[in-house]
Design a protein around this ligand. Structure first.
Ligand SMILES: Cc1cc2nc3c(=O)[nH]c(=O)nc-3n(C[C@H](O)[C@H](O)[C@H](O)COP(=O)(O)OP(=O)(O)OC[C@H]3O[C@@H](n4cnc5c(N)ncnc54)[C@H](O)[C@@H]3O)c2cc1C
Length: 382
């Protein structure tokens, strides 16, 4: 006889941990199933830091969601009694034709967000670690900051358990099946089947497998996070002194970015590339990082922030789950109304985790949400 629940959540990473918490908080009997341990480093939510920003170049439609996410991050910090969000400021930098800078500005203007536009001279004066070309332009967002992903996942999980969610780790879901009548689901695990009225699927990079019938062409990409110990020391890069930054290098040079030194005196400065990953399989992710990969990122970074010249400390590969239009996949499964999916976060989803949890809980509990999620329609590629 299968155990029965109101909702089963598959995958307890960034999104699934938030969904389990918001569902359990609303009184649902939740079973959460995770193939690895709590807040592990095998998926997409590890590496100590994630950027949160408001002037959203990807689409202004994300802005109300990120503003709600800020509120929920602060509520989570209070409930869990832990610091998760550090305001550091962020510079979005590019050439005169940068769509990333222009898109950020559009979002800021449309939503009346606090921002400053800097030319190359302003940038070099205000933030002397940067070496801009004369035609560089930048948008400074003072309210942007850095989130702590592992601590955030752990906080959501702990609070979900506190309000009654049953969470199982090292518990891979082998299969799931939705009843034809649209009423229930059966999930198969190594310890047997479990039944629920509703299913929430948040599988991260395993989505092409776990959501094979979704009809969304997903591509998994390996992205490496690097930590550099600057030769001149960390002082210049400490939060409060140095903002986070994302630099539109144009075609071929991707979007190198850096995060202030939030990892302690020996932790270095984290740098990486947005949108310069290589295709991978989640069960076969290459976790070794070649010297050439470190040389490539240091070259890109040093040309823009010369004081970041320094020593390689460590590297951590991680995975993006990309959709063809770079927008998320959140909503009812087009083939199974009792199944809600939250996947395809395209390397920019973490900042939204608590609001995705809230949206998923809305959809499960009431069948609708007041949040604007039209952009994320799971049926849009069918
Ligand atoms: C290098 C890097 C930098 C990033 N930087 C930013 C940033 O600055 N700002 C930002 O907002 N976002 C950023 N992102 C994106 C963000 O981290 C992701 O969008 C987010 O973490 C995705 O969360 P998720 O829940 O979809 O995936 P995950 O957190 O990986 O969770 C998926 C979970 O599902 C589990 N699972 C899968 N299959 C099964 C199964 N069959 N049974 C049980 N469990 C299963 C997995 O083990 C995993 O725990 C970055 C991502 C990377 C890789």
């Amino acid at each position: 006889m299968a155990e029965t629940y109101d909702v089963i959540v598959v995958g307890l990473g960034g999104m699934g941990s938030a969904a389990a918490y918001h569902l359990a908080r609303r009184g649902r009997r939740v079973l959460g199933l995770e193939r690895f341990t709590a807040a592990h480093d095998r998926g997409s939510s590890h590496g100590g830091s994630r950027l949160i920003r408001q002037a959203y170049f990807e689409d202004p439609a994300y802005v109300p969601l990120v503003l709600r996410a800020y509120e929920l991050w602060r509520e989570l910090e209070e409930a869990a009694d832990t610091e998760l969000l550090l305001i550091t400021g962020l510079l979005i930098i590019g050439g005169p034709d940068s769509e990333i800078v222009a898109g950020s500005l559009r979002s800021a203007q449309q939503w009346g967000l606090e921002h400053e536009v800097l030319d190359a001279a302003d940038l070099a004066r205000r933030f002397p670690t940067f070496a801009p070309d004369p035609d560089t332009t930048a948008l400074y967002e003072a309210q942007a900051g850095v989130l702590r992903p592992e601590a955030a996942v752990a906080a959501h999980l702990r609070l979900a358990a506190d309000v009654g969610a049953e969470l199982r780790f090292s518990a891979p879901v082998l299969d799931w099946e939705a009843d034809v009548a649209g009423q229930g689901v059966t999930v198969t695990t190594e310890s047997g089947p479990a039944r629920a009225e509703r299913l929430v699927v948040c599988p991260g990079a395993w989505a092409p497998d776990v959501l094979a019938d979704l009809g969304v062409p997903l591509q998994i990409e390996r992205h490496v996070q690097f930590w550099i110990q600057p030769d001149g020391g960390l002082d210049l890069f400490l939060p409060g002194r140095h903002p986070a930054w994302l630099w539109d290098g144009g075609a071929g040079d991707g979007l190198p970015y850096g995060i202030p030194a939030v990892d302690g005196p020996e932790g270095g400065v984290k740098v990486s590339w947005h949108r310069m990953g290589r295709p991978c399989q989640p069960d076969d992710l290459d976790r070794t990082v070649a010297p050439a990969e470190f040389e490539a990122i240091t070259e890109a970074v040093r040309a823009r922030v010369p004081a970041l010249a320094g020593r390689f400390l460590r590297a951590a590969p991680c995975m993006y789950t990309n959709t063809p239009d770079d927008h998320f996949v959140v909503g009812p499964h087009p083939g199974h109304p009792q199944v809600v999916v939250a996947a395809g976060f395209c390397g920019h989803g973490f900042k939204f985790a608590p609001v995705i949890g809230e949206i998923v809980a809305d959809l499960v509990v009431t069948g609708e949400t007041a949040h604007p999620i039209g952009l994320f329609d799971p049926g849009r590629f069918r």
